[in-house]
Write a protein that binds this ligand. Sequence first.
Ligand SMILES: Cc1ncc(COP(=O)(O)O)c(C=O)c1O
Length: 408
Amino acid sequence: MRKTADLVARGERLLTPNYAPAPVIFDRGEGAYLIDLEGKRYLDFTAGIAVCALGHAHPKLAEAIADQARQMLHISNLYFSAPEIELAERLTALSFADRVFFANSGAEANEAALKIARRYQQVVKGTTRHQFICAERSFHGRTWAAISATGQPKYHEGFGPLVPGFVHVPYNDAAAIEAAINEETCAVFLEPLQGEGGLIEPEPGYLKAVRDLCDAHGLLLIFDEIQTGLGRTGPLFAYEHEGVTPDIMTLAKGLGGGVPIGAMLCTDAVAEGFKPGVHASTFGGNPLACRAGVEVLKVLEAEAILDNVQRVGAYLKAALLKGVGQVPGVIGARGRGLLQGWVVEAGIDRAAVRREALSRGLLLTQAGADTLRLSPPLNIGVSHVDEALEILSAAITAVYEEANHVQA
Ligand SMILES: Cc1ncc(COP(=O)(O)O)c(C=O)c1O
C-alpha cells in the first residue's frame, strides 16, 4: 500500500494535471486481467481504451516485439523497412485501400487524412475546396485540427481560435450534410459508429446516403475507424457492416495491440495528393510499431478472433439488454461487437460507478453523456462477460442505493 500511495503521490505531483488517474498502480497484465502492486486482479473491460485487442502480455505479440527490438528498432523514413511494407501489404489486402501512411497515434493519422484530403482537392483537382463536414458528438483526437473536427464543445474550451474550415451537423442526418455542402466543401469526415460520443450507431442507410452525396458532389469520404477498426465492432472494419467504402480511413488503437501506431489508408487516386516532402513523421512506419501491427493481424486471423467478437459480442448484447430496466438506473444498451455499454439515467454518477467497479475488480470507461462503455480485449470468453456484468450490476446498484438513500 505504501508503495502505491507513494507512486500515486509522485505521479500527481510530477505529471501535468490534464488526467485524473485512479489511485492504483498496475504492475502487469495477463490476458483480460491487470494485476496491481498489491497482487489484486482486475478484469480489464477498458483494454487501454480499446487498444489491447489481444489482451495483456499475449505471448506471440510479446515475442514479436522482443525479436524486433533485438534486430532493429528505428531507421527513419529515409528508408523502407520490411515490417512497414508487410503491414501496408496486409492492411491494403484487407481493406478498400491501396496505400498507407503510418503515424504514431490516432490524432496524427487524422491530421494526415485531413491534410491529404485538402491536397487532393487543391493540388490534384485544382479547386479551392477546403471545408470538412463533421458530425456533432464526434471525437477525432486532441491535435488542433483534430479538436476542430471534433463535434463536442467541451474539447474546444480555452483553445480558441480553432482551425478554420470545419462545420458540424447532427449524426445520422444525411439531409443535414446535403444542406451543408457548397463549392468549398472538401470532404465528409465521420466515425462509422461514434465511440466517445456514446456508442452511437449509424442508422441503416445513413453511411450509404453520405457516400452517394460525396460521389454526386465530388467530395471525399473519410472514415475515422480509430476506435472501431481492427475487429472491435465485429468485422475487421466497421464500414463493412454497411457495405460502404470510404476514400480515406484512419486507424490506431488496436492496430499495435498496445504499441503506439496510427495509420491513414487511402485509394491510389487520393494518394496523388502527397509527394515527397509534403508530409512526414520521424517515428511513422517505425519497424517496432509495424512489426507489432503485423503480429496483431496475424494473431487476429490465426486465433479466429473476429469470429470470437461476433459470438461474445452477441452474448454481451443479450446480457446488456436483459439488464435494461432490471439493474437500477440502466435505461438502455448501445454499441456493437465488443464496443458496447449500458445507457444510464442522469441520476447515476458514472464516475462513482467506475470507482465502485474498480474497488470490486472491474475496469471500464464512460462515453458520451450517459453511457458506461465496455471495450474488453477481443479474445475474451463469455465467462468474462458474466463476471464483468455481475460486478458492474453490483457497482451500479451500490451507487444507486447510496444516491437514493436506499437501505441495502
Ligand atoms: C474515433 C477516434 N478518433 C481519434 C482518436 C484519437 O486517438 P489518439 O488518442 O490515439 O490520438 C480517438 C481516441 O479515443 C478516437 O476514439
